[in-house]
Design a protein around this ligand. Structure first.
Ligand SMILES: [Zn+2]
Ligand SMILES: [Zn+2]
Ligand SMILES: [Zn+2]
Length: 140
């Protein structure tokens, strides 16, 4: 991964700390989503030391700034995922193997029209995560 995480953090006016860099490196190196405990476990094998509460707080800060994607899973646990693609898109989340795939279909046009028509309001932003089983998991 050639991403410059320190530049990324500075660009968002976030303090660059060894913990934040380690968290980003760990999540960017995975094609799956991880729990805070799993991130913390992987950090212990790196030089950046942090307690679990610090990891929780940093994951939360990074997801609030949009650097990480927070996954509110149907199993009611929280997971975090790093997607390098900056443009607006959504994610298809496999609940069997934890793979995350970019979904180019957005659907905002339809929702915006519906909000204007039936609620007489206007959409500013939206969040959508789609859960299911990926192609490989369906073939098993
Ligand atoms: Zn899968
Ligand atoms: Zn993505
Ligand atoms: Zn969208």
């Amino acid at each position: 991964m050639t991403l410059q995480f320190d530049t990324l953090l500075r660009g968002l006016r976030l303090k660059v700390t060894p913990q934040r860099l380690a968290i980003l490196e760990i999540l960017a190196g995975e094609s799956t989503y991880l729990t805070p405990e799993e991130v913390w476990n992987r950090m212990r094998s790196k030089s950046a030391k942090a307690g679990l509460p610090t990891v929780y707080r940093n994951l939360e800060d990074l997801s609030e700034c949009g650097v990480l994607i927070k996954i509110v899973h149907p199993d009611r646990r929280l997971y975090y995922y790093f997607c390098p693609n900056g443009h607006h898109h959504h994610h298809f989340i496999c609940i069997s193997c934890r793979k995350v795939e970019d979904l180019t279909f957005c659907g905002l046009d339809i929702i915006d029209k519906e909000v204007r028509k039936s609620l007489k309001g206007a959409v500013v932003s939206h969040l959508m995560q789609v859960y299911g089983h990926c192609k490989e998991c369906l073939a098993c």
